[in-house]
Structure formats: C-alpha cells, structure tokens
Design a protein around this ligand. Structure first.
Ligand code: TZP
Ligand code: MG
Length: 228
C-alpha cells in the first residue's frame, strides 16, 4: 500500500513536531485511538505512534490502517512501534525501533530512504550512535521514572545538556513527563517531548496537549526551525 501521507510531507511534519503523542494499548484500547488522536492533534501534537505490546500484529495492522489516513488528512505522520514489516501494509509513515530491535541500517535497507525511522536511546552515546546510523529522529530517556516503561532506570533531565549541540536530528525527550517536568526539561535544552500516560489519562486530551506545548514554549532553536 502507498503511504497514507506523502513521505516528503511526513518528513516536513517531523521537523515541525514538538509534541509526539503515543497511543499505547495498555492505557487506551484501539477503538478509542481515532478520537483521541483527533483531540491530541487539535491540541497541537505533531506526530503519532502506535505502541501496542499486548495486541496481535493483525490488531495493530487494522488499527494503523484506520489511523494513518485519518492523520494524513491533517498532514500528520503515524509511526509504528516495533513492526517494520507492518509499515508498508498499513500505510504508516515509519517505524520506531528500540536498542534491541532490528537495527537502523537493516530497517533502512528494508524500508528505504523515505520511510521515517526512529530509535529509542537511553544514553548520550546511544543518541550519537543512532544519529550516525541514520535514524531520522531519536527518543531520549526515560528522563524520569515511569510506569509505562517500569524496568528502565531514569537518566535524569540534566543528560539533555550532553546531547544538545551533538545531536542534530530531532530528539524527543520522554519518560514520566507532565507539564512541570516539561518546564524542567526545557531548562536543560529540551525542545521536543514525547508523552504517553499524561495525555492518555487526561480528562481533556486536547487541553492536556496544549498545556504541554505551552510549557515547551518556543525556544530560539525551534523558532529557527519554524521559520525555515
Ligand atoms: N521510552 C522511554 S520512556 C517511555 C518509552 C516508551 C514511556 C514514556 O511513557 P510516559 O507515560 O509518558 O512516562
Ligand atoms: Mg521495540
């Protein structure tokens, strides 16, 4: 299947995105994702991911085939966690890989240069290596302890300073983020964040997304990106 969103538009949206919203099946069932994604988009989320550790591949594919075109109508990319082989059949814009998943070079070989490839990184060294391997964007964290990824030790927000200036691809700080922690993360140089539970458990998802974005402000770095 052709991608639901033209790849050049997907890459442009990635560069503009400051809030990355993850639709995680452990907090919200797939039936709720179209409505939730619409509200997060209303609140300013710029890129979306399906993360479904407890769903079958068929269920993930079915959900992605619904979500990818809905988001594409708004010019927003959908990324699949973990399943490079579902990217083409779902029409998604890309996939997100962990340190123990298929490597970025192998995924690039499978999916080509126009597919967005993201990588989870947990240290500055992994972030620099991920960029060198050709990841289009990075997740960096968990900054704070989080029940969404309970086995990971938080790295602390001060680590952000170590990758600012070194990493030039978009990097999304992640892990235990709420509005106050986003404010703290920005003081260490964060310009983009990825949020799971705070958004999925919010009583007003659009307002919650807007609040996170307002805490990110518009750093001088992002002003440059937005202007260009
Ligand atoms: N990778 C690092 S932390 C994390 C992932 C997927 C989970 C973040 O979830 P939350 O609920 O925003 O802390
Ligand atoms: Mg994975």
């Amino acid at each position: 299947m052709a991608p639901a969103l033209d790849p050049s538009r997907a890459h442009a949206a990635l560069l503009q995105a400051r809030l990355y919203a993850i639709l995680d099946s452990s907090y919200a069932p797939p039936s709720s994702w179209p409505s939730l994604a619409g509200k997060f988009a209303d609140g300013g989320a710029g890129i979306f991911q399906i993360r479904a550790k407890n769903l079958s591949k068929d269920e993930i594919l079915a959900a992605a085939q619904i979500l990818a075109p809905l988001l594409a109508q708004r010019g927003l990319p959908l990324i699949l966690n973990d399943h490079p082989d579902l990217v083409v059949p779902s029409g998604a814009a890309g996939c997100h890989l962990g340190q123990d998943d298929l490597g970025i070079p192998e995924a690039r070989k499978q999916l080509g240069s126009s597919t967005i490839l993201g990588l989870s990184t947990h240290t500055p060294c992994q972030a620099e290596a991920g960029q060198a391997l050709g990841a289009d964007y990075l997740g960096f964290g968990p900054l704070y302890a989080t029940g969404t990824k309970p086995d990971y030790k938080p790295i602390g927000p001060s680590k952000i300073r170590e990758i600012c200036g070194q990493v030039t691809v978009p990097f999304f700080c992640i892990g235990g983020l709420n509005p106050d922690r986003v404010t703290e993360a920005t003081s260490f140089g964060a310009t983009r964040v990825c949020v799971v539970s705070h958004l999925l458990l919010a009583s007003d998802p659009a307002k919650a997304a807007r609040e996170i974005l307002s805490r990110l402000g518009t750093s001088s770095h992002m002003k440059d990106a937005i202007r260009s």
